[in-house]
Design a protein around this ligand. Structure first.
Ligand code: GRF
Length: 195
């Protein structure tokens, strides 16, 4: 199966996904694309021999449709079977999502349905939560709403800051996303729970 991965920054999740797709894994990375031409994830992908593409969203200003049609030109040229959003920080329009519905995954750094949107770790700490984590879900038109495919739980430690909690969660993202992608490609839909 042909896997395209969308990143906006460092792409640490993308690296783990790409590095997991070896041997008998049903997936192969065919494209890493970014909305930021300077995203270091693009360099890390190219280092691994994965084709890359960048569409800077800034020149498009608020014209999401125009940005997305250019992005889709690159994505569709790679003919992916599955799209993985990995640290991709742009909101996608319902028509973009409709084009890939049922075959687009995202990783979100909270235990959805808690803390949709941004600043998830600060919000969990603010609420006094004793555990946090991350979620891989199918992408639907509602932000961070789609069917949950996997979750990983981490403890909140005394003295945690958003950064220390983010680092702990990110470590589990790197375990969860590759495992969930493989299960998804094998047609398994029961959520994977890691603790
Ligand atoms: C991180 O905050 C991660 O929790 C979220 O996206 C951000 C960047 O991830 N999924 P990455 O290193 O670019 O994969």
């Amino acid at each position: 199966k042909r896997i395209a991965i969308l990143v906006s920054g460092g792409g640490s999740n993308m690296v783990k996904l790409v590095d997991s797709m070896t041997g008998d894994h049903p997936g192969r990375p065919v494209l890493v694309a970014s909305n930021d031409p300077h995203a270091s994830g693009l360099t890390r992908a190219a280092e691994r021999g994965v084709p890359v593409a960048a569409v800077d969203h800034k020149p498009f200003r608020g014209d999401r449709a125009a940005f997305e049609s250019e992005l889709r030109r690159h994505i569709d040229a790679a003919e992916p079977d599955v799209l993985c959003l990995a640290g991709f920080m742009r909101i996608l329009t319902p028509s973009f999502i409709a084009a890939y519905e049922g075959r687009m995954l995202n990783i979100h750094p909270s235990l959805l349905p808690k803390y949709r949107g941004l600043h998830t770790h600060a919000r969990a700490l603010e609420a006094g939560d004793t555990e946090a984590g991350c979620t891989v879900h199918e992408v639907t038109a509602e932000l961070d709403e789609g069917p949950i495919l996997g979750q990983a739980h981490v403890p909140v430690e005394p003295g945690d800051t958003p950064d220390t909690l983010a680092a702990r969660v990110l470590g589990m993202e790197h375990k969860l996303y590759p495992a969930v992608l493989r299960r998804f490609l094998e047609g398994r839909r029961t959520p994977l729970i890691l603790t």
